[in-house]
Design a protein around this ligand. Structure first.
Ligand code: 6PG
Length: 478
C-alpha cells in the first residue's frame, strides 16, 4: 500500500478536523487514536476521503504506514500527555523522523522537548495552530518552530491545509525550537485582549445606554463593515443575535458571566513580565477573566458595597457616542497589538529566533481567531518600518492613534465616571499616555529608591553624582 505523507495522533475534534483537512488537500495520512473505536468511527465518517486515510490500531502499524522521514503530528491535550506520547513513539521511530506537537503547548516545554531529542536522531517541531475547530477543518493559521530542514519536509502539506489570504498561505516557519508556540501564545494573549475590549464596549452599550442584545448586535454588525472588520466582531454580532432555544430570550442574556481560561493568556503575561516588556492590555484581559470567574465573591461584594453611586449615564448625541465607542475600540486594539508585537520582538532577541514581524502579521490575516483586515495594515506597517521600536510609532499606526485616542479617552472617562469596568480599554489608554510622554515621573521613584536603599540614579545633566543629599543614615530616616 502507498505510504502516507504524514501521520496524526489524537482524533479529538481538532485532530480529526486537521486530519480531514490534510486528506482533502490531496495528502495521504495515517491516523491513530489510543482508543481504537475512535479511530474506526473517524474512518467510517470520512466518506470520500477514506481513500487517503490509513486508520491504524497500533502505534507500530501507524509508524510503518508513513513514508520516512516520518512527520507525526500529535494533537492531544497539552502538558504531560505529550511527553507520554513521545516516550511511546521514540523507540519505534527512525533517524530524521519528526515529532510535531500541534497543541497549545507552553513554548518552554517545546524548547525542552526540542532539546531532549537533540542527540536522538529525531527532530521536534512545535506548531501553533489557530482557528478553532472550523479553522482546523477548512484552513487554520499555522505557526511553525523547529529546524528549517524539518520544516522543509512538511512545508508542502502544511501550506496545502492552511488558510489563504490574497493567494498566500497563512503558514510559516518562524524560527527554531519554541518560536512557533511562543508566537501562538502571544496570538492568544492578543485574542484575550481583543475579546475583553469587545466585552467592555458591550458592557457600556448594555449598562450605560441600556441597549438590548439585538440592538448591540446591530452596532457590531455595522462596525464589522468598517475599520474594525474582523472575525471576533463578526461572531460577536452572531452571538448577540442568537436566541436561547429554551427561553426564547437572547442566549447572551442566559450565559453566565464567568469566563474560562486554559493558560495561554496567562503565559503571555508571565513571559512579558519576565522580559520587562509591558503588555498591560493583555494583563488586564487575563485579570478580567479571573475576576469573572469569582462570581460568588462578586455577588457578595455587590451585596456589601453596592454598585457605585454615580450620575445617570446621559448621552446627548447617541450616534456620536457610538462612533466614539468604535474609535475607542480601534485605538485600544492598536495598543494591545502593539504590546503583543513588542513582546515578540523582545523574545526574538532573547531566544535568538529572528522572528519575522511582517510574516507573523501576514499569517494572522486569515485562518486564526484574531484574523482581520487590521492585520493587513500591520503587515504593511512592519514591512515599511521593520526596525520600528513599536507598532504605534510606525507612520500608519501613529496616524490611527492620533485620530482615535481622543475617543478612547472620552469613552474611558465616561465609563469610569459611571462605574462601568473597562480595565483593558483603560490599560491601553494608560499605555499610550505613558509611552508617548518623554518626561515621566520615575524620577520620584529613583529618589525614593536612593533614599531608602542607596540605589543611585542618573541625572538629567549627566553630571557624575548619583546619590541625593539625604544625609547619613540612608535607609534609617524616621
Ligand atoms: C485559537 C484559539 C484556541 C483556543 C484557546 C482558547 O487560536 O484557535 O485561541 O487556541 O480557543 O484554547 O483559550 P482559552 O480557553 O484560554 O480561552
Amino acid at each position: 500500500m502507498e505510504q502516507a505523507e504524514i501521520g496524526l495522533i489524537g482524533l479529538g475534534v481538532m485532530g480529526a478536523n486537521l486530519a480531514l483537512n490534510i486528506a482533502e488537500k490531496g495528502n495521504r495520512i495515517a491516523v491513530f487514536n489510543r482508543t481504537p473505536e475512535v479511530t474506526r468511527a473517524f474512518y467510517e465518517a470520512a466518506g470520500a476521503l477514506q481513500d487517503r486515510i490509513i486508520p491504524c490500531e497500533t502505534l507500530e502499524e501507524f509508524v510503518a504506514a508513513i513514508r520516512p522521514p516520518r512527520p507525526i503530528i500529535i494533537m492531544i491535550k497539552a502538558g504531560d500527555p505529550v511527553d507520554q506520547q513521545m516516550a511511546l513513539l521514540r523507540p519505534i521511530l527512525s533517524d530524521n523522523d519528526i515529532i510535531i506537537d500541534a497543541g497549545n503547548a507552553n513554548f518552554r516545554d517545546t524548547m525542552r522537548r526540542f532539546d531532549g531529542l537533540k542527540d536522538s536522531g529525531l527532530t521536534f517541531i512545535g506548531m501553533g495552530v489557530s482557528g478553532g475547530e472550523e479553522g482546523a477543518r477548512n484552513g487554520p493559521s499555522i505557526m511553525v518552530g523547529g529546524t528549517p530542514e524539518s520544516y522543509a519536509r512538511v512545508e508542502k502539506v502544511l501550506t496545502s491545509i492552511a488558510a489563504v489570504y490574497d493567494g498566500a498561505p497563512c503558514c510559516a516557519w518562524l524560527g527554531t525550537d519554541g518560536a512557533g508556540h511562543f508566537v501562538k501564545t502571544i496570538h492568544n494573549g492578543i485574542e484575550y485582549a481583543d475579546m475583553q475590549m469587545i466585552a467592555e464596549i458591550y458592557g457600556i452599550l448594555r449598562d450605560g445606554l441600556n441597549m438590548s442584545a439585538s440592538e448591540i448586535a446591530n452596532v457590531f454588525g455595522e462596525w464589522n463593515r468598517g475599520r474594525l472588520n474582523s472575525y471576533l466582531i463578526e461572531i460577536t454580532e452572531i452571538v448577540l443575535n442568537a436566541a436561547d432555544p429554551i427561553t426564547g430570550k437572547p442566549i447572551v442574556d442566559m450565559i453566565l458571566d464567568q469566563a474560562g481560561q486554559k493558560g495561554t493568556g496567562k503565559w503571555s503575561v508571565i513571559e512579558s513580565q519576565q522580559m520587562g516588556v509591558p503588555a498591560t492590555a493583555i494583563e488586564a484581559a487575563v485579570a478580567a477573566r479571573s475576576i469573572s470567574s469569582m462570581k460568588a465573591e462578586r455577588e457578595a461584594a455587590e451585596g456589601i458595597l453596592g454598585l457605585p453611586k454615580v450620575p445617570e449615564f446621559v448621552v446627548e448625541d447617541r450616534a456620536a457616542f457610538i462612533k466614539d465607542l468604535e474609535n475607542a475600540l480601534l485605538a485600544a486594539k492598536v495598543g494591545a497589538y502593539a504590546q503583543g508585537f513588542a513582546v515578540m520582538a523582545q523574545a526574538s532577541r532573547e531566544f535568538n529566533w529572528s522572528l519575522p514581524m511582517p510574516v507573523i502579521a501576514k499569517i494572522w490575516r486569515a485562518g486564526c481567531i484574531i484574523r482581520s483586515q487590521f492585520l493587513d495594515e500591520i503587515t504593511t506597517a512592519f514591512t515599511e518600518a521593520p526596525e520600528a521600536a513599536n507598532l504605534i510609532v510606525t507612520p500608519a499606526f501613529a496616524d490611527i492613534v492620533k485620530d482615535t485616542d481622543a475617543a478612547l479617552r472620552r469613552v474611558v472617562s465616561a465609563a469610569v465616571l459611571h462605574g462601568l469596568p473597562v480595565p483593558a480599554l483603560a490599560s491601553a489608554l494608560g499605555y499610550f499616555d505613558s509611552y508617548r510622554r518623554a518626561r515621566g515621573t520615575a524620577n520620584v521613584i529613583q529618589g525614593q529608591r536612593d533614599f531608602f536603599g542607596a540605589h543611585g540614579f542618573d541625572r538629567v545633566d549627566g553630571a557624575d553624582a548619583h546619590h541625593g543629599p539625604w544625609g547619613s543614615g540612608l535607609g534609617h530616616k524616621s
